[in-house]
Design a protein around this ligand. Structure first.
Ligand SMILES: *Cc1c(COP(=O)(O)O)cnc(C)c1O
Length: 445
């Protein structure tokens, strides 16, 4: 690995070069584009991001669950280098190329279910979610789309409507697309531990009474919610939704944009309960950092739109396809599903111990290398977003990249690349634990 796998700070963060670049950013980049840390990247690999001042940071974010196979993963680098020298773009809709077809074949093989499948490729998660809705509407001749509380599906107009949280994703950006309806989720930490079947019945009752099953084109759900707070529905919730969709001719869409490609300790999060969605939406971890997304699903549904109805100039770009094939090979050859399960065991052991001695840690949850702690005021379930901010700021200052999420902003989420080693992962947790301790000292003063 070309990047030394260690945490090492040469300056306080942000260093002088990052500060200069932040000043240029403020003057040149639209203010609506925020950053988690004011630190500019120069190089990254394995579990480390090196900044422009020569500081080496531990990466517990993977660029928001994207570089699951590692940053600049060797197979991805080689494949992209070869492709970039051959051709960069022809547009698949003009003169097609093999890479696109090979990615479609790989996704048809790997996504849940062994029915006949088809795939279409796009650029971003949001674009793929939009296309899943288009396909479901074309197939059913219906319009309504059901989504859930705390959902995140993107920032385009239709996906803003599908996303739950107003600030910062929707505030001031309306009007939003119509025919989007929201149902209650299964959120074990906050719904009194309602079992999955009961939570699904509650959601479907809302759908039947307020929308009407015959009007529903698609139910779109994240099998484990991402931005919403790494909320893992109670067992039985997803199977009950899938069964209802089957009975009512509704297209069941799994948004696996954040959970896909070994992230959750299964190739796809739906695999855990054997749920077979009609359509699976993927992006983020698909191509080792290159922009690519996909909709994969039942051939008869995917083939419903007329020729020319789906596509886009860059969808399935040849560089992104080469990267995806290399990333998928890495997941399979390097046993990354097993690696994600080992990361889960490693993280949960430490975080459960933290929870046992720190009453501010209300919940430890998630699967694989997608693990979160939800922070609360001790003895309650009242969200404590200030603590999440303080802990992440303290970790950032020590050179550990962690992210927050959640409707209430009180969830710390860990999304390490699966190329990270245990030593670095352990050190990242040491820093995080020290960050919790430092905020206790602060509270006592
Ligand atoms: C990130 C995300 C999206 C949007 O993906 P973009 O590539 O940012 O458009 C959609 N759904 C889920 C579950 C996500 O995590």
């Amino acid at each position: 690995m070309s990047v030394p796998q260690r945490r090492h700070l040469t300056t306080p963060l942000p260093g002088p070069r990052s500060q200069e670049l932040m000043a240029r950013k403020s003057a040149a980049v639209a203010g609506g584009v925020g950053t988690t840390m004011p630190v500019f990247a120069a190089q990254a690999g394995g579990g480390v991001v090196v900044d422009v001042d020569g500081n080496s940071l531990i990466d517990l974010g993977s660029g928001i669950a994207v570089t699951t196979v590692g940053n600049s993963a060797p197979r991805v680098v080689a494949a992209v280098q070869e492709q970039v020298a051959a051709f960069t773009h022809t547009c698949f809709m003009v003169t097609p190329y093999e890479g696109y077809v090979a990615v479609a074949e790989a996704l048809n093989r790997l996504t849940p279910g062994d029915h006949e499948k088809r795939t279409a490729l796009f650029n971003s998660g949001a674009e793929a979610v939009e296309n899943a809705v288009k396909i479901a509407r074309a197939h059913t001749g219906r319009q309504a789309v059901v989504v859930f509380d705390h959902a995140y599906h993107g920032r385009t107009n239709l996906t803003m409507a599908m996303t739950a949280k107003s600030m910062p994703y929707k505030q001031g950006f309306g009007p939003f697309a119509s025919e989007v309806y929201r149902a209650p989720l299964s959120y074990p930490f906050r719904d009194g531990g309602l079992d999955g079947a009961t939570a699904a019945a509650r959601a479907l009752d809302v759908v039947e009474k307020q929308v009407g099953a015959v009007n529903v084109a698609a139910v779109v759900v994240e099998p484990i919610q991402g931005e919403g707070g790494f909320i893992e529905p109670a067992p039985g919730f997803l199977p009950a939704l899938a069964a209802w969709c089957r009975e009512n001719g509704v297209v069941f869409v799994a948004d696996e944009v954040q959970t896909g490609f070994a992230r959750t300790g299964d190739l796809f999060a739906c695999d855990r309960e054997g749920v077979v969605p009609d359509l699976v939406v993927t992006a983020k971890g698909i191509a080792g950092g290159l922009p690519l997304s996909a909709v994969t699903g039942r051939a008869e549904i995917m083939d419903a739109p007329h020729a020319g109805g789906l596509g886009g100039t860059y969808g399935g770009n040849p560089l992104a396809c080469a990267a995806a094939l290399a990333a998928i090979e890495t997941v399979e050859q390097d046993g990354l599903v097993e690696r994600a399960r080992a990361v889960e065991a490693f993280l949960k052991e430490r975080l459960h111990a933290l929870q046992a001695r720190d009453a501010r840690v209300g919940d430890v949850r998630g699967r694989g290398a997608m693990i979160a702690v939800e922070l609360v005021r001790p003895g309650t379930t009242d969200p404590d977003p200030d603590l999440a901010r303080a802990v992440s700021a303290a970790a950032h200052a020590e050179g550990v990249i962690v992210l927050t999420c959640g409707t209430y902003g009180n969830v710390l989420r860990l999304l390490p690349p699966l190329a990270i080693d245990d030593t670095l992962l352990g050190e990242g947790l040491d820093v995080l634990e020290a960050a919790f301790a430092s905020t206790l000292v602060g509270a006592a003063q």
